[in-house]
Design a protein around this ligand. Structure first.
Ligand code: HPA
Length: 245
């Protein structure tokens, strides 16, 4: 059994049902991880957990220390990382409250510390392959776990990752749609690439919490309030089955 780490995002700053054994602030060569690395178990199954936005959900997407977070998890023994991400829906099939396992991504972020291969003298330069930003075998196991938990999940989709913290304009969303994106979030990169650089398996469970700007008719924040818990319950059901597999 591989050591599994879950990175919780908006709506999952804590993990209900997680029995905590230890919680440790971790300093890495890249600075402090944005939340403590929590070691615990769910129904007797060991797991690591890290709240991406920090305790109390205070750190905005562009200020998250992604390098420290992935480094800290790898150092704690993680081999597989499951990233939970609340996203806005662009594709019609991805209504608020639904979950998906995206297959691909497009990175629109800028100015973030996005690599461990920074040209430090004496280190080797690597151009990691990123054909599969989300590990196919991990996505497949998650897909099966969702099925076993009676959770409907889409096994597809391309995620746009924008800089935030503001939401997008309707024109920006139309551009993302033309680019082929089905959903939009703010934290998926550089997280996925850093996981790949460290040789970690990585998959994302995306939770649709609103229609992206200009797509829906309601207020975005009202939609988020209304749908986020429904989506997170599906995530938790899937994770319990995944850990038991
Ligand atoms: N856009 C970007 N990120 C998001 C959204 C959105 O509409 N909803 C949740 N995260």
């Amino acid at each position: 059994m591989k050591t599994i780490a879950v990175i919780g995002g908006t709506g999952m700053n804590q993990w209900p049902g997680l029995v905590i054994e230890s919680s440790e602030e971790v300093r890495t060569p890249y600075g402090l991880a944005t939340g403590p690395v929590v070691r615990g178990h769910i129904n007797g199954h060991p797991v690591l957990f890290l709240a991406r936005h920090g305790e109390g959900h205070k750190i905005p997407p562009h200020k998250i220390n992604y390098r420290a977070n992935l480094w800290a998890l790898k150092n704690a023994g993680a081999q597989q990382v499951l990233a939970i991400a609340a996203v806005g829906a662009i594709a019609e099939w991805f209504a608020p409250g639904e979950i998906a396992l995206p297959r691909d991504l497009i990175d629109y972020t800028w100015g973030r510390e996005h690599t461990y291969h920074d040209g430090v003298p004496g280190t080797e330069l690597h151009h990691i392959e990123f054909t599969y930003p989300y590990t196919p075998s991990l996505r497949q196991t998650l897909f099966e776990a969702a099925g076993a938990a009676d959770v409907v999940v889409s096994g597809a989709g391309t995620m746009a990752i924008t800089q935030g913290p503001r939401l997008e304009t309707p024109a920006e969303i139309q551009r993302l749609k033309l680019d082929g994106c089905d959903m939009v979030g703010m934290t998926g990169m550089p997280e996925a690439a850093l996981a790949a650089e460290l040789g970690l398996e990585y998959a994302c469970i995306a939770v649709s919490v609103n229609w992206a700007a200009g797509i829906g008719t309601g207020g975005i924040h009202d939609e988020i309030r209304e749908s986020i818990e429904r989506g997170m319950l599906k995530v938790q059901g899937t994770l319990v089955r995944f850990l038991a597999a």
